[in-house]
Design a protein around this ligand. Sequence first.
Ligand code: HSE
Length: 455
Amino acid sequence: MKPIQVGLLGMGVVGSGTFNVLRRNQAEIKGRAGRGIVITMVAELDLARARAQVDEGVKVVSDAREIIANPDIDIVIELIGGCGIAKTLVLEAIAAGKHVVTANKALLAVHGTEIFAAASRHGVMVAFEAAVAGGIPIIKALREGLTANSIEWIAGIINGTTNFILSEMRDKGVDFDVALKEAQRLGYAEADPTFDIEGVDAAHKATIMCSIAFGIPVQFDKAYVEGISQLGAQDIKYAEQLGYRIKLLGITKRRQANSSLGTKAGIELRVHPCLVPTRRLIANVEGAMNAVMVQGDAVGTTLYYGKGAGSEPTASAVIADLVDITRLHTADAAQRVPHLAFQPNAMSDLPVLAMSEVITSYYLRLRVADETGVLAKVTGILASAGISIDAVLQREADEVGAVGSPGGKPFVAQTDVIILTHDCVEAEMNSAIAQMQALPSVLEPITRIRKEELA
Ligand code: HSE
């Protein structure tokens, strides 16, 4: 049978990895797909760079629409990124009856509903394994391997840049800025690292996993997003002393209504730094690696680990999608795997809960004046809010030093009080923190880091 023909938009590191892997493993890939898969056209503004990387006979063009207009092209791979021209071209490719493979998490997290609806209308597939956790086949696992399960929660290290920075901070005891510079020097972090360090990239990926797990439309605008740029080296150290590691997690959880807590049913969708018990495997995922835990009611806890970025790991996911499409494109559209795992008429309308409605446990660090009764006042506020304490760690005053206050007032001995709590509703914690912050003995803004036992 004639090979399936592919056009590639955007010839960067993932594009060249895709060429390399297709070339190296072509016999096995053909054996699995049932026919050959060849990239026959590439669109790239830097024509010379693209020509240097592709095989002879591949047509390199600067106008992506030449690929979309070519009736011989069956599949378009979009590796441009972002929600600008990439969105326009993906929609045009779909309208032209092409199947699309994309690694573009931002595009799907923000515009997925529109894109999947267009694909359904035109009877084509949009495949996006490479959009979440790079080479880890987590979309396949969630959509197919775990299809028997009612998914309870997902928690993932889904941004390698931030995991590298957190590993550096813990291993070397350095501050965030130093670790970020090292990540940039090694090429893990972009010159403008905002999307990674502020949690946006992880939130795009968590949004996609959330929709597949719970059958709700993609709703990036409802995700709670907090990055790691405010994280202090001392909190990583204190967490370690208490038996925890701090990771940037993308979390999504199904919540039943809880009348005693006054919370409603819905889906949690959040990205933030998180204490995780050191004994959990995921707490030991270091450097730029990714890992995703999925809890299903039948299977229990599962863990997927691997490279979340890079040329060939991401190409591995892109080519897996090419093979899937090659196998299925002649099948009746109704027999294909639905984009978001559930058939369009079986999607759920469960709401994404506001962060104030989320239930989790907490690490709190309070810099306080080391004087009689402070701890009693702090724990009294938590008790009145119905928040149960799990552990308290108080540093000796001389460990954090005594500093003079301005204006020639007497020295005030200061100490850090670290409190771990049991689960409570975030709104209750917000109000307790406001009350504790108002105590004259609390000298600095309270640090709050959420904690997940992932049991
Ligand atoms: N910038 C991402 C990361 C890789 O650091 O994991 C692409 O999503």
